[in-house]
Design a protein around this ligand. Structure first.
Ligand code: 5GP
Ligand code: MG
Length: 211
């Protein structure tokens, strides 16, 4: 059995500092784990069951739109957990945080928008609801392009008024207002590959800038 499989089957895989033997130092930059990978997996299954029922009449006209790059892991897991019906997957890229910034700078769409949305039921899949700017932008763009309806599925939502007051049909977890990384969420494009969501140690923030 390869090493990764042994690792996955261990009961406390999200505990910090237990992976030194793997020469894997990424975990050392994490202050605390907010959402363990097992909790993510269970929530993805539950969300997929609800979404699958809600879209049971979409009749091949469901288009899932993962927002890159933060929803990469979440969307990949979610679409595999959904009932295996005909659906389209079209990526879109929205830029909000850039590089080492940890505060929002507003959202803009990068590159072409998904095409042929007329009459389609659009499910936006994204990593985290913060200011709500990304979601508002995408909803209005997709509605303007003739979508039958637009819903959103966010892995995380911050417990702040801007996020809680932004309409969102499906939410994985509500979390405190902290900068988080992992399971697709990045800091300067790092940490996306962590299997859980956690906060960064202060020492890790701005290290590249100081280096
Ligand atoms: P919003 O448009 O709702 O303000 O922000 C959504 C985007 O901001 C997310 O898709 C994500 O790219 C980024 N973002 C917001 N909060 C966080 C956070 O705590 N950590 C990370 N890594 N990105 C965040
Ligand atoms: Mg994003």
């Amino acid at each position: 059995m390869i090493e990764e499989h042994l690792h996955e089957s261990r009961p406390h895989e999200d505990r910090l500092h237990e992976d030194r033997l793997h020469e894997d130092r990424l975990h050392e930059d994490i202050e605390k784990v907010l959402v363990p990978s097992a909790a993510i997996a269970a929530r993805v299954r539950a969300l997929a069951a609800t979404i699958g029922e809600d879209y049971s009449h979409a009749d091949g006209r469901l288009t899932v739109v993962p927002v890159m790059t933060g929803s990469l892991l979440f969307a990949a897991d979610l679409v595999r957990a959904l009932p295996q019906r005909r659906m389209r997957i079209q990526l879109t890229t929205v830029s909000s945080y850039g590089g080492t910034a940890t505060a929002s700078r507003g959202s803009s769409i990068v590159g072409a928008l998904p095409k042929h949305l007329e009459g389609h039921h659009i499910l936006i899949v994204d990593d985290i609801l913060d200011s709500g700017g990304t979601l508002r932008l995408l909803r209005s763009e997709f509605m303007a392009r003739g979508a039958a309806d637009v819903r959103a599925c966010m892995l995380l939502r911050k417990r702040i008024p801007s996020a809680m007051n932004t309409p969102c049909e499906y939410v994985g977890f509500d979390i405190d207002d902290e900068f988080v990384v992992g399971y697709g969420l990045d800091y300067d494009d790092l940490y996306r590959n962590l299997p859980y969501v956690g906060t960064l140690r202060k020492e890790a923030i701005g290290r590249e800038l100081r280096a």
